[in-house]
Design a protein around this ligand. Structure first.
Ligand code: HEM
Length: 412
């Protein structure tokens, strides 16, 4: 018998792990779906998501309380006392105020800055491959897909490489709070990491205010906003935190998931080896299928309807980008990877409208550089038998492979 939406539990680990059948059932039977027992409506068709993302008055991004999760436990609250207040800036802010911060980010993420980074990204990708090439085997998430975006964003921000290990830990702590199901122990651990992040960054911000350099933190810390004031420490911490979290987890997941698909689909890999110029389009197809930011929240500000379904004010809407990106009315044979797909870049992996990802240009370039370097230097890339369970982090917002053990040979 055909399945219906009620046959799936959105929050069940097996559905989080493998949600694609659920998405298809939703798109076909209930494109505006109220998750049973909640006030959350899931949108799964690409056009509906596009429209809703543009209507910031009805669908607000003020979902900060969701990121904070439940009230911190007394033990975690005690730890947060040593840190700084968390304030809204980009992701959880609506127009017109959102624009104050967004125009700053657009300035520091200029096309000129990203274009200048290509050689340097290639150098990092090569260094990472140098570290593994003679071993013939690696855990790809740890050894390549994670460090590449972390090195790039840390260098751009102006955080010393010696502190990169910490950046990854901080970024994980924020990401786990964003959509993870945290245990009490993890909550305490996250609180320590978040306060540590705040104290560390405040010392860097103070340093860059005293002695500006050519890096993003100097630009952010010394540029004035609205009535000519500098941003507060809390505002700066929030902006830098978003650059760290948004940039790392997502790009790592796209690179790792993309490589796994290419290993599993040797015909697609062969197309890229025959014509490396297709790599840029392959990156779009990978983003479409992986959609590392699988869904984002919106808060419904007034009674409204989508496709005739009444949605009361106060409900939550989830723009399920990962479901929209497999919409058969937009992409033919949507479950199939086709690196030559003509409309691959119609995907919504970077969102839409006001909050469209400001790091999209950077992430695309990182992925293009990564796949070009990997395919140029490695051959016969395979999964290590018996070592891979190919599972993803249990997170309803961010989707990413936990690990990927591969073997390969150096291309001669
Ligand atoms: C493959 C990699 C990436 C993916 C899939 C991705 C995805 C997204 C999506 C879907 C949004 C929109 C959120 C919404 O609808 O509310 C977003 C926003 C954002 N992204 Fe990315 N992102 C990626 C890489 C990056 C990078 C490299 C950076 C920066 C270093 C970055 C920084 C941001 C920031 C700051 C926002 C908030 C923008 C705003 O609210 O105006 N992202 N990203």
């Amino acid at each position: 018998m055909a399945k219906c939406p009620a046959d799936f539990d959105f929050f069940a680990p097996e559905v989080i792990e493998s949600p694609f059948e659920f998405y298809q059932v939703l798109r076909e039977q209930a494109p505006v779906y109220l998750l049973p027992g909640t006030n959350i409506y899931l949108l799964s068709r690409l056009d509906d998501i596009r429209q809703a993302a543009k209507d910031t008055e009805t669908f607000s991004s003020d979902f900060r309380y969701l990121l904070q999760g439940p009230e911190p436990s007394p033990a975690a609250a005690e730890i947060y006392k040593d840190g700084y207040d968390q304030v809204d800036t980009l992701l959880t802010m609506d127009p017109p105020r959102h624009k104050v911060y967004r125009s700053l980010i657009n300035k520091v993420f200029s096309a000129r800055r990203v274009a200048k980074m290509q050689d340097y990204m290639e150098q990092i990708a090569d260094e990472l491959i140098d570290n593994i090439i003679d071993k013939g085997e690696c855990e790809f998430v740890r050894d390549f897909a994670t460090p590449l975006p972390v090195y790039v964003i840390a260098d751009q921000l102006g955080v010393p490489r010696a502190d990169l290990r910490k950046i990854k830990a901080w970024s994980d702590a924020f990401a786990s709070r964003l959509g993870g199901m945290v245990t009490p122990e993890a909550e305490i651990e996250n609180a320590h990491l978040i306060v540590e992040y705040q104290q560390y960054m405040v010392s860097i911000i103070r340093d860059r205010r005293a002695q500006p350099r050519d890096d993003m933190i100097s630009d952010l810390a010394n540029t004035t906003i609205e009535d000519g004031r500098l941003m507060t420490l809390e505002e700066l911490l929030s902006m830098i935190q978003q650059l760290l979290v948004a940039g790392n987890e997502t790009t790592t997941s796209a690179i790792a998931g993309g490589l796994l698909s290419l290993i599993q689909l040797s015909d697609q890999l062969q197309v890229l080896l025959d014509d490396p110029a297709i790599i840029d389009n392959a990156v779009e197809e990978i983003l479409r299928l992986e959609t590392p930011s699988a869904g984002l929240w919106r808060v419904v500000t007034r009674d409204t309807r989508i496709r005739g379904v009444a949605i009361p004010a106060g409900s939550l809407l989830m723009l399920r980008y990962a479901a929209g990106n497999r919409d058969a009315s937009v992409f033919s044979q949507p479950e199939v990877m086709d690196v030559c797909r003509a409309n691959a870049e119609d995907h919504l992996a970077f969102g839409q409208g006001t909050h469209f990802c400001p790091g999209a240009m950077l992430a695309r370039k990182e992925m293009q550089v990564a796949f070009r370097a990997l395919l140029q230097r490695l051959t016969n890339i395979r999964l290590v038998e018996g070592k891979n369970d190919l599972t993803h982090w249990p997170n309803v917002v961010l989707r990413g492979l936990k690990s990927l053990h591969i073997t390969f040979e150096a291309r001669v």
